[in-house]
Each structure stands twice: as C-alpha cells, then as structure tokens.
Design a protein around this ligand. Structure first.
Ligand code: HAM
Length: 445
C-alpha cells in the first residue's frame, strides 16, 4: 500500500499551537477586561454573510472587494456568500436587523477569524483574527477619543512600547467630492509619474492613490491637495474635539494627512496604531468613524465609529517581551499503578476538580501504562504543584501519597494522607501559595 498523501493547512491559514495559546489567552483576557471596564458588550455574528453586504459596506472599488474576498455560490440553494473579510459590516447588519439602538446607543466588541485572499507574508495571512469594537449611536468626538484611549490602555497593560498613533480626518462626502476634483486634476498634471495601479484608480478611487507605497510616487503624492484643508466648519470642529481630548489625556499622536484607509465606509476621524517592529505589516489596529453606513443599509440614520486590531500582529509584539508568567499545566498530577488504584485515582481526581483544582490524570500511551518512575517524570514536567500517588499499598491502607513538587526551598516532601483527607490537604497547601489570577500581565524574558 502506498503511503497516504499528507494533508496540510491552507496557505496563509495558521494553526495556533498550545505553545502559543498562553499568549493568545493573555491578550484576549486583557482586551476583554478592558473593553468591559469601558462598558462595551460582546456581540458574535456569523462568519459567513451575503456577498452583497460586504460589497455595499466596504465599497466595490477597494482591494478587499475587488480581489480578496472568499466568495462562493452555495450549491444547495444558489445563495451568493462570502467568508467575512472584516467585522464591521456584520455588526452593523446585526444592529439594524435587531433594531439594537431603539433604546439608545450601544458599545459593542467582537473577536474572531476574518478571511482575505492576500499574498501571505509576515503579519499578513488569509485567515487572521481581529479583536474589534464598534460604538453605534454616538455623534461627538468624545467617543472617538474613548476608543483610542482604550487602545492605549491595552498597549500599556500588555507592556507594548513603541506603538504610535496616526490620526486624520477625511471629512464628509461633500468635502471629499470638492477635494476629489482638485486631486484628480493634480494627479492628471503629473500623469507621467502615476503607476498602473494609480492610473486605474484615478477616476474610481483617487483618494487611495495617497496611500501608495511606491517610492517613485512619494514626492508627487506629498505635494497633492490635502483633504484637511477642504474640511467644513463641523468636520473641523469634530477633529479639533478629538485632538483636544487626546491632548488633555496625554495621548500622543501625529496627524497624517495621507491616512485614508482602504475601506470606503469611513468619514471624519480615521486612525491607525503602528509599530516599526513588525516590518511592512506594522499596523496593529485601525479604525474610524462611519456615520453614513447604517443609513445606506436602510437603517435609521445612526452614526458609528470603531476599530479592529490584528491579533497575530499583537502576539508577535508580545513574543518580543518574553513568555507570559503562567501557572503550570495543572495543579495536581495523578500517578497510579494497578487496576483498583486507577479507579481510586479517577474518583480522587474528580473530587479535586470539584474543589476547583486543575488535575491531569496519567493515562496509558502506546508504550504502556508507565512505571512509577516514568509517571513521576511526567508529573515533574507538567508544572503541577503536587503529585498524588496511588499504588496497591495505598489502596490497601485507604491512603494516598501526596508529594509536593514545588516546595518553597525547592525540596520535594512526601506525606501519607488518608484518602478522604487528600482534597483538604492539597487545598490548604495551595491557598495563598498559588496565583490563579490572570488579570495582571507579567512576562518571563
Ligand atoms: P482593516 O484596516 O482592514 O480595518 O483591518 C484592521 C486590522 O486588522 C489591521 O490593522 C491589521 O492589524 C489586521 N489585518 C488586516 N488584514 C490582515 C491580514 N491579512 N493578516 C493579518 N492581519 C490583518 C478593518 O477591518 C475595519 N473593520 C476596522 C474598523 C472597525 N473600522 C471601524 N470599525
């Protein structure tokens, strides 16, 4: 028989292995705690939505919609479906569908996988995870500032340094229209410098040309008319309001007049948190205001603003800080030998779990049940504070041997404890000595 062909993961879609899981947990716990402390509530929307939702929300002439969506026809019923490339469209759909703002504005957060058919590279994947927040029904610059400040709190709590904030205002549709005419005229007068991509976008989405990474176009683009000087009274006041609140709260930022974002739903405030530590994919969080979006979906005119962060990119930054301090895999490792001892080990393990402890029970592997010695090695490697040992003698005497593996002075002490007293014995020993609190972030370099 020929060897079966190996199946591997889809290119650009990654496994998150147990070795990295503590960092992911640390990120998610910290982010969720912060979002809760600002009054944000969790929302979960489907990974698959109608293709039309993203086309309308993100815009037909964007990289995402033009070439990055995983879209397909459901062969069961002919529906046109897409794996969500981002979270805002789905959240906004849910807000309208469930009439969520009928009793006032809402602060929401979400996390989950997103899908974009991009060319994979460091920090850019085809399945990636976002952690995002959307605030719907708030008009003022205060909520924009709040969203930005809660990001800063998250970077601080995670210990991330060298993350900076770029800010811009792209005004409203009318202001952009006036700017657009001058922008096109400017680009046309420099037609010889425009690359193929820019020429293609000249009349469909000229604003995105400002975003170009082409070094040959930088100087020309730097001299282009700036949207900021086309802002009317209200947009200008809103932007000043955001900047004032950030200033007064010591949030540092730079205004980047070329920051326009790659999705069409934005107006007024846009922002990105960027780092130089991740190479070309250095934006760890991005967002902005999208006031007209809900109305274009047939909802009652309701303003919105939000952000999403790329979790893989943040994990990469966290890796540079070292391993998070974690308790071991478990509190207690159960070592046993013999048929009756195994039954007793199961019973005791359940009682210990009832008492709130994490317990790993030794189970057979292809090399067998394992000698006491090899089981004790596993117990040591598990990071457990205690090994509970049950053999024929212990069963006959209705006791268990309890061995402390992480004594204060490093020495391992063993006690013989009555079977029914084992739970109390271990709980008493662990209380005070063991930190089950994951809220505070510590790293081991
Ligand atoms: P976005 O800029 O397309 O915005 O994505 C937000 C963040 O997701 C990026 O800054 C990056 O960290 C991460 N990200 C995007 N694409 C990839 C990828 N291929 N691989 C790894 N990470 C990636 C949005 O998605 C908007 N929905 C944000 C928003 C929410 N605006 C308002 N509310």
């Amino acid at each position: 028989m020929s060897k079966p062909e190996k199946i591997v993961a889809i290119k650009g879609m990654n496994d998150i292995l147990p070795a990295d899981a503590p960092l992911w947990e640390l990120f998610e716990n910290t982010a969720e705690t912060i979002l809760k402390s600002y009054g944000y509530q969790k929302i979960v929307t489907p990974i698959v939505e109608e293709t039309g939702l993203f086309k309308r929300a993100i815009g037909a002439v964007t990289d995402i919609v033009e070439k990055e969506m995983y879209s397909f026809t459901d062969s069961m019923n002919g529906d046109e479906l897409t794996l969500r490339p981002e979270g805002t469209a789905g959240v906004v759909r849910a807000v309208i569908e469930h009439n969520m703002v009928y009793d006032g504005p809402k602060r929401l957060w979400y996390k989950g996988p997103m899908f974009r058919h991009e060319r994979p590279q460091r920090g850019r994947y085809r399945q990636f995870f976002q952690f995002g927040a959307e605030a719907v029904g708030f008009t003022g610059p205060d909520i924009d500032a709040e969203l930005i400040m809660l990001c800063r709190r998250l970077w601080d709590d995670l210990g991330l340094q060298n993350v900076r904030l770029e800010l811009n205002s792209i005004g409203n549709a009318e202001e952009r229209l006036r700017h657009r005419a001058d922008l096109i005229a400017y680009f046309e007068s420099h037609a010889d410098i425009l690359d193929a991509e820019a020429q293609r976008r000249l009349h469909s989405n000229p604003l995105r040309i400002l975003d170009t990474k082409n070094p040959a176009m930088q100087e020309m683009v730097n001299g282009a008319p700036q949207l900021l000087s086309y802002l009317g009274e209200e947009s200008r006041a809103h932007f000043e309001g955001v900047k004032r609140l950030l200033d007064r709260n010591n949030v540092q930022f730079t205004v980047n007049p070329r920051l326009v974002r790659g999705l069409d739903y934005y107006n007024r405030t846009v922002f990105e948190w960027v780092t130089e530590e991740l190479g070309s994919q250095g934006t760890i969080c991005a967002g902005g205001r999208y006031d007209p979006l809900i109305e274009t979906f047939g909802g009652k005119a309701t303003p919105g603003v939000g952000f999403a962060m790329g979790i893989e990119r943040i994990i990469e930054l966290m890796k540079g800080l070292g391993e998070p301090a974690q308790p071991g895999q478990c509190d207690v490792y159960m070592v046993h030998q013999g048929e009756e001892a195994q039954v007793q080990a199961f019973i005791l393990a359940e009682r210990l779990r009832d008492a709130g402890l994490d317990v790993v029970l030794h189970c057979a592997t292809p090399t067998g049940a394992g000698s006491f010695k090899s089981q004790m090695k596993k117990a040591d490697g598990s990071g457990a504070s205690f090994a509970v040992i049950l053999g024929e003698d212990e069963v006959a005497n209705n006791v268990a041997a309890v061995k402390s593996l992480r004594g204060e002075s490093g020495e391992q002490q063993q006690a013989t404890v009555a079977f029914d007293a084992v739970v109390d014995h271990i709980v008493d020993a662990i209380v005070g000595g063991h930190d089950h609190d994951h809220d505070h972030v510590h790293y081991h370099p």
